[in-house]
Design a protein around this ligand. Structure first.
Ligand code: ZN
Length: 475
C-alpha cells in the first residue's frame, strides 16, 4: 500500500504588547486573578472595543516574516459560542478576511528544503481561563480575556513528525527573532493543535481528520503525531475511515484520548463585529514595518556563510536562535577565529545547554569570559583538554578564565627543554611500548603521549610531545 500522511498545524501565539487587543488593560502573565480587566474585555453591554495598533503591527511583522501577502483592508468577526471563559458569548476574530495569507515556512528534509504553505494568519483575542481547584470548584480568571493573539494555520503539507517539529522550531525562533511574542509554551503564549489523517495514494481512500488539541510542548506534538499516524494507518488498512473527532494528548497513558466527535461543517456561528470599523492597512505602513524587520534566521545563515566562511551546517544551527547567533558574533569579534568559536559553541556549549535543559539565553557564562577561554586555547596557553575542563566550570560559575588558569597553575608547558626531559624519562621507563611501536603498533604512540601528559600533570603541549617522541623513535 502506498500511503501518505497529511499533517497540518494550527498555532496560537500571544503577542507581547503592553495592553490588550481592544482595551487599555495590561497584557501581563502571572498577575493576581481578575486584576487586569475592564468593561470592554469583560464584555459589559455598551462597551466599545478599539483596535490596538501595536498588535496589528506585530501581526503584520509575523505575516511578512513568513512570506505572506498582507490584506489592505479587513473587518473583524464575532465567533459565537457559549463557554464560561468567554463572558461576551463570542470571541472577536477574523473569519473570511484574514490579515495575512499564502505564506510559507521552510523545513529541511532528507530530500532538501521543503516549503510548507501557510493558509492564513489572522488576529483575534484570547479567552479567559478556567481553573479547576481541588475542592471541585471551577474558578474563572479573565486577565487573559482580550489578550492579542495571532492564529497561524498551515496547509496539511507536513508528512511526518520530524517535519512538524522543524516547522514549529522555525516558527518559534522566527517569532523570537522579531520579538513579537515570548513564545513560552509552558505559559501558554504558544499553543499548538495538530490536524492529521492518512491517505492511500493508490485507491484514494482516506481516513477522516483528527484534531489533537492543546498540546503544551514540542515533545507532546511529536509523540501525538507518531501515535495518531499509527492509529490512522491501522484504520486505513481496515478500510475504516473513522470519525472526525477532537482528541487530546494524555502524557500519563502516552496516547491520545477522544474529547468529542463532530458533525461535518463548522461548529460555530459567525457574524460581523459591528463595533469595529473596517480597518485600512496602507501600503506605506506595511513598507515601513518591512524595513524595520530584523535580520531573519534564513538571511542570517546566508550572511554567516559569506562573512565567516563557516559550513552551511554550522551556520544553520547558529542562526536558528537569536541569542546564540548574537553570542557567536560577539565572541568571534574577540577571538578572530569563527571556526574555532563555532566548534566550541556547537559541541561543548550546546551539549551543556541541553544537559541543563535550559534555553541558550539562560546560560550564566558571559560572552567575554568564553572569548577569553577560547583565546587561551587559541594561543596555546592551555591545551584542549584543560580547555574542556575549564569550560565545564565556567558554564556553572562564570569567572575570569585567565585568572583561573593562572591561579590553578594550568598554563600549558611549551618549553622544549622541560618537555624533552619528560619525554626522555617516559621513554626510558616504557621499553615495551617502544618495541610495540617499532613493530608497527601505532597505538603505542598514543600511550606514550598519554604517559607524558600524565607526567606533566596534564599541562604539557600534547602536539609537541607527539613530535618529540616520533623524532626519537624513527622506525
Ligand atoms: Zn480591558
Amino acid at each position: 500500500m502506498n500511503y501518505k500522511t497529511l499533517i497540518g498545524l494550527e498555532i496560537h501565539v500571544e503577542l507581547s504588547t503592553n495592553s490588550k487587543m481592544f482595551c487599555g488593560c495590561k497584557n501581563e502573565f502571572g498577575s493576581a486573578p481578575n486584576t487586569n480587566v475592564c468593561p470592554i474585555c469583560l464584555g459589559h453591554p455598551g462597551a466599545l472595543p478599539v483596535m490596538n495598533k501595536k498588535a496589528l503591527e506585530y501581526a503584520i511583522m509575523a505575516g511578512l516574516s513568513f512570506n505572506c501577502n498582507i490584506r489592505n483592508s479587513f473587518k473583524m468577526d464575532r465567533k459565537k459560542y457559549f463557554y464560561p471563559d468567554l463572558t461576551k458569548g463570542y470571541q472577536i476574530t477574523q473569519q473570511d478576511m484574514p490579515l495575512c495569507e499564502n505564506g510559507y515556512i521552510e523545513v529541511h528534509t532528507k530530500d532538501g528544503i521543503k516549503k510548507i504553505g501557510l493558509i492564513r494568519i489572522h488576529i483575534e483575542e484570547d479567552t479567559g481561563k478556567s481553573i479547576h481547584n481541588e475542592e471541585g470548584n471551577t474558578l474563572l480568571d479573565y486577565n487573559r480575556a482580550g489578550v492579542p493573539l495571532i492564529e497561524i494555520v498551515s496547509e496539511p503539507e507536513m508528512s511526518n513528525a520530524d517535519e512538524a517539529k522543524e516547522f514549529l522550531e522555525n516558527l518559534k525562533e522566527t517569532l523570537k527573532f522579531i520579538g513579537i511574542s515570548d513564545v513560552k509554551m509552558e505559559q501558554g503564549s504558544l499553543r499548538c493543535d495538530v490536524n492529521i489523517n492518512v491517505i492511500d495514494e493508490d485507491s484514494n481512500f482516506k481516513t477522516r481528520i483528527t484534531e489533537v488539541k492543546n498540546l503544551n510542548s514540542f515533545k507532546a506534538v511529536y509523540k501525538a503525531i507518531n501515535y495518531e499516524e499509527k492509529r490512522h494507518l491501522e484504520m486505513l488498512e481496515n478500510k475504516d475511515e473513522g470519525f472526525k473527532e477532537t482528541r487530546r494528548w494524555d502524557d500519563a497513558s502516552n496516547s491520545t484520548v477522544v474529547m468529542r466527535r463532530k458533525e461535518e461543517g463548522s461548529d460555530y456561528r459567525f457574524s460581523v463585529e459591528g463595533d469595529i470599523p473596517v480597518t485600512i492597512v496602507e501600503d506605506e505602513f506595511i513598507e515601513e514595518i518591512k524595513n524595520n524587520l530584523p535580520e531573519l534566521p534564513s538571511q542570517l545563515m546566508k550572511r554567516f556563510i559569506k562573512e565567516y566562511n563557516i559550513s552551511e551546517y554550522d551556520a544553520d544551527i547558529l542562526s536558528r536562535n537569536k541569542y546564540l547567533s548574537k553570542y557567536f558574533e560577539i565572541v568571534t569579534k574577540e577571538v578572530k577565529d569563527p571556526q574555532l568559536v563555532s566548534n566550541w559553541l556547537l559541541s561543548d556549549v550546546l551539549r551543556r545547554v541541553n544537559e541543563a535543559e535550559i534555553e541558550f539565553e539562560e546560560i550564566k557564562m558571559e560572552s567575554k569570559n568564553f572569548a577569553k577561554l577560547l583565546n587561551l586555547i587559541k594561543n596555546k596557553d592551555i591545551n584542549n583538554n584543560t580547555g574542556k575542563k575549564v569550560l565545564r566550570k565556567l558554564f556553572e560559575d562564570n569567572f575570569d578564565p585567565e585568572e583561573y588558569v593562572k591561579e590553578k597553575g594550568l598554563i600549558q608547558v611549551n618549553d622544549d627543554s622541560v618537555l624533552e626531559k619528560i619525554v626522555d624519562e617516559v621513554l626510558a621507563n616504557n621499553q615495551e611500548s617502544i618495541n610495540d611501536y617499532k613493530n608497527g603498533k601505532d597505538r603505542a604512540l598514543g600511550f606514550l603521549v598519554g604517559q607524558c601528559m600524565k607526567a606533566s600533570k596534564g599541562k604539557g603541549n600534547p602536539q609537541k610531545f607527539n613530535e618529540m617522541i616520533l623524532k626519537k623513535l624513527v622506525r
